[in-house]
Design a protein around this ligand. Structure first.
Ligand SMILES: [Zn+2]
Length: 257
């Protein structure tokens, strides 16, 4: 059985950048696991400050509901301090991620690229640590998929998201040449939108401001750069040429373009 491992900094990272890929793997009956470096306790709650303990508990509850929409049943938390991943011993982070890789033996790993998608320092630190753990693990058949943003997506959605300070200065960066592009079918899109909505403390303001149609359009595309691996059999890995763009559209019989 193919195993997909999502490695994230905060609860809600998984669905925002990769909910379709994870839900599709779960729908195929594959094993999907998400691990989180932090509980997301340093963020805002509905746009307002909150006590870290309360917010951590709330975000873990929201995550449970969100992952259920995606069909993801397994998750674990490393408990590092939110917002301070750079201050944690990188060797410690790498060692724990390596331990997860060794235990789970994933075929597909999904995480942030070096730009951290939003530029969040935790995302960037995580990306570097996953790279270090992958080198240590040294399983050439496993594939590392890093989320990237297309220029089209950036132009369509980033101006609105900037109203909510979603990106750090100098971000986002866009790629005109992602290795994999997913277009979610209606079933996956329904699941992803509800999974986004479940992270209410983080997403309600966005839904309220722009509405479901905007969120649906935002959620309908995902893009990845394959930074290593791809030799092991698996649905995504079955594409031997990583430059092939894969489109998820059940009505079009999973057409490749
Ligand atoms: Zn995050």
């Amino acid at each position: 059985m193919t195993t997909t491992l999502g490695i994230w900094a905060h609860p809600d990272d998984e669905v925002f950048v990769s909910g379709g890929l994870l839900a599709d793997a779960a729908r195929r009956g594959e094993r999907v696991v998400c691990i989180y470096m932090t509980n997301g306790e340093a963020g805002l709650s509905y746009g307002q400050p909150s006590s870290p303990a309360d917010l951590a508990a709330l975000r873990r509850r929201e995550l449970e509901t969100s992952l259920a929409h995606l069909g993801v049943r397994e998750r674990s938390f490393f408990g590092y301090p939110d917002g301070c991943l750079r201050q944690v011993s990188e060797q410690d982070v790498i060692s724990r991620i390596h331990g997860a890789l060794d235990e789970l033996q994933p075929d597909e790993i999904v995480t942030f690229g070096s730009d951290g998608f939003t530029g969040h320092p935790d995302h960037k630190a995580l990306s570097a640590s996953v790279g270090g753990a992958m080198c240590l693990w040294d399983q050439p058949g496993a594939r590392l998929n890093e989320v990237v943003m297309s220029t089209e997506w950036k132009d369509a959605f980033v101006p609105a998201l900037n109203e909510f300070d979603a990106f750090l200065p100098g971000h986002p960066t866009a790629s005109d040449d992602p290795d994999i592009s997913l277009r979610l079918d209606d079933e996956l899109l329904d699941a992803k939108v509800e999974a986004l909505r479940a992270h209410a403390s983080q997403m309600k303001n966005l839904f309220d401001a722009y509405g479901d149609d905007f969120m649906r359009a935002l959620a309908s595309r995902e893009h990845y750069r394959v930074s290593r691996g791809g030799e092991r059999a698996g649905t995504l890995s079955s594409l031997s040429n990583p430059k092939v763009v894969k489109v998820f559209d059940r009505s079009a019989s999973m057409s490749l373009v």
